[in-house]
Design a protein around this ligand. Structure first.
Ligand SMILES: [Zn+2]
Length: 145
């Protein structure tokens, strides 16, 4: 079972960071491969949710072998994947805009049960976006094989 949550709530399972960096004093093990980083290591930021979805799908595809290993491992463990985002911290969007939601789409596609917490129950992306994300990811992975 994977819990997607904010650093600022009690972890429901062994916590890991999937953010680019952690709040002061936090030392969670990092799943760097799922962080919102472009293939060249630059952060994905200051783009619309649509564009973000495209860029994150491409970024995961660029490191797919490692992403795949991490997904396989997450099938076997209980983990809380943490990012900074929660509704209190977020300005400008009524629904939560956080890459952990896209990780949830990926994990559910792989058969991993996912619990969306701390605003992730109300994502900025809808079911059509989920389908688009998975489609882009598949296409990008295939293109690189
Ligand atoms: Zn986030």
């Amino acid at each position: 079972m994977v819990y997607l949550q904010s650093f600022f709530s009690e972890p429901r399972a062994t916590p890991y960071s999937v953010a680019r960096w952690q709040p002061r004093g936090y030392r969670y093990p990092e799943l760097r491969v799922l962080a919102p980083l472009l293939p060249d290591g630059r952060p994905i930021k200051r783009v619309s949710p649509d564009k973000y979805l495209d860029l994150y799908a491409g970024a995961l595809a660029s490191r797919w072998q490692d992403v795949k290993k991490t997904v396989s491992w997450l099938k076997k463990v209980d983990a809380a994947l943490c990012c900074w985002c929660n509704p209190e911290r977020q300005k400008g969007y009524e629904k939560l805009f956080c890459h952990t939601i896209l990780i949830g789409f990926l994990l559910e596609e792989a058969g991993v049960p996912v619990v969306y917490l701390d605003g992730r129950e109300k994502p900025v992306w809808d079911e059509a976006d989920r389908a688009r994300f998975l489609k882009i990811l598949r296409a990008e992975v295939l293109k690189r094989q």
